[in-house]
Design a protein around this ligand. Structure first.
Ligand code: NDP
Ligand code: 2IT
Length: 451
């Protein structure tokens, strides 16, 4: 008789930590899911008997490789590259590539694990993966980035493919890097195929992919507010980051009548009490996307704005907070400050931006707390639509894609609501996202038998 006893969280995590020593981010991400899934599988014996959670927390494979590149002065650099293929039960592995000096195997394993649930929530046929390198593209010339990307793809190409694994962008990987990576894949294999998403429009990219994550975060927020009989118009918002996710989230917030008070980067944040309006945001877009400048320059450009070196924006009084920079950027003190200032909603644009204690505090409070795997799924969802367009040799118009994104985010919200609602009508979006994301992947895995 197979063992159907569900382990308690501590025992489960102790085993995980023993098997993955020093991988704290991975343990944090798995722990946050396990906290909801262990009680859920206690009522669903077949999931426990098949050890589904244990299997999901062991990536299908982790590929790591050496990446050598030559800088403009002829010096040779040796970095490490990875692709973590977490689970492909419901579709090809799918997830971004991150280039940052802070990348480790633990970070990529947490991201690939999270991606598996996020991609499941989109309802599209995509498994979960993530990859990247500790290479830091900041301050490198275009030619240096090109040589790194070509070297990285010279190893990665053998592990990916349109029905195998389809990478995209993430921190430090935008349209420039995707261009170099795609060019090298095409050159090595001799095949033009939809092996990456986030491509430029000229060579098979999808309209709205650039904006999709940030817009999707705000569409999800709008659904949460609607469900609570609230609206976005007139609310104040604090946003962290000033990259792809933050900038388009800010743009959509402004479109919806909210007042955006802050943006940040890894050096500090700017606070503009008058609000960052559409015109000012346009200036920031040029600063960040064309000149690759720093957010501190905003305070030199616009009267009344202040720059706070070395700090995050969470002490600024606001109705809505959108952490859109990186993992663990919002700690327990920040969570306390937001709640003390009567924040109404915290919605995660970045992956796992709240520390474990901060997330616990938000869940215990009565605010609307939108977890990353649901709220930022719009980016990978439009990546999924880019894959469809590539397969069909078609290119859809922006309006059609925006309607599809709006609809997808509403459906994700509904899945989280129906699995996260308690008898008193309060919605635990974290529990809802974990259970709804898990169920689809788990049911597919049950059908395949033991592997
Ligand atoms: P970008 O590289 O475009 O921007 C990242 C932003 O975050 C920059 O402003 C960067 O500042 C800031 N940042 C990075 N590291 C830190 C740090 N340690 N402390 C403070 N700020 C930091 O990345 P994205 O906008 O694409 O990604 C942001 C987050 O959103 C990540 O968690 C990513 O995984 C997640 N995400 C991205 C998606 C996408 O489609 N791109 C989809 C879903 C989630 P600086 O320039 O100083 O480094
Ligand atoms: O974290 C994420 O969802 C992404 N970086 C986007 C992944 C993708 O494949 O578009």
């Amino acid at each position: 008789m197979a063992n159907t006893d569900v382990p308690d969280l501590d025992t489960f995590l102790e085993g995980l930590r023993k098997r993955n020593p020093g991988q704290e981010e991975f343990a944090q991400a798995v722990g946050e899911v396990a906290e909801d899934i262990l009680p859920f599988i206690a009522d669903n014996e077949n999931y426990q008997e098949a050890e589904i959670l244990r299997r999901l927390a062991e990536p299908d494979r982790v590929v790591s490789f050496r990446v050598c590149w030559e800088d403009d002065d002829g010096n040779i650099h040796v970095e490490r590259g990875w692709r973590v293929q977490n689970n492909n039960a419901i579709g090809p592995y799918k997830g971004g590539l991150r280039f940052s000096e802070s990348v480790t195997e633990s970070v990529l394993k947490f991201l690939a694990f999270e991606q598996t649930f996020k991609n499941s929530l989109t309802g599209l046929p995509m498994g979960g993966g993530k990859g990247g390198s500790n290479f830091n593209p900041k301050g490198k010339s275009d030619r240096e980035v090109m040589r790194f990307c070509q070297s990285f793809m010279t190893e990665l190409y053998r592990h990916i493919g349109p029905s195998v694994d389809v990478p995209a962008g993430d921190i430090g990987v935008g349209s420039r890097e995707i261009g170099y990576l795609f060019g090298q894949y095409k050159r090595i294999t001799g095949r033009w195929e939809g092996v990456l998403t986030g491509k430029a429009l000229e060579y098979g990219g999808s309209r709205l992919r650039t904006e999709a994550t940030g817009y999707g975060v705000v569409y999800f927020l709008r659904e949460m507010l609607k469900n609570a009989d609230e609206e976005l118009d007139g609310k104040t918002a604090v946003v962290s980051g000033s990259g792809n996710v933050a900038l388009y989230a800010a743009q959509k917030l402004i479109d919806c009548g909210a007042k955006v008070l802050t943006l940040s980067d890894s050096d500090g944040f700017v606070h503009d009490p008058d609000g960052i309006d559409a015109e000012k945001l346009d200036w920031v877009m040029k600063l960040k996307l064309e000149r690759r400048g720093r957010i501190s320059e905003y305070a030199d450009e616009f009267d009344g704005a202040e720059y706070h070196e070395g700090n995050a924006p969470w002490h600024v009084d606001c109705d809505i907070a959108l952490p859109c920079a990186t993992q663990n950027e919002l700690d327990d003190d920040a969570a306390k400050a937001l709640l003390d200032n009567d924040v109404m909603a915290v919605v995660e644009g970045a992956n796992m931006p709240s520390t474990r204690d901060a997330a616990k505090r938000f869940r215990k409070s009565d605010i609307l707390f939108g977890p990353a795997k649901a709220a930022n799924a719009g980016g990978v969802a439009v990546s999924g639509l880019e894959m469809t367009q590539n397969s069909q040799r078609m290119s859809w118009e922006c309006d059609k894609l925006d309607d599809m994104l709006t609809q997808l985010m509403a459906e994700i919200h509904e899945k989280c609501r129906s699995d996260g609602e308690s008898d008193d009508g309060a919605v635990d979006y974290v529990r809802g996202a974990n259970i709804a994301g898990f169920r689809k992947v788990a049911d597919a895995m049950l059908d395949f038998g033991v592997m």
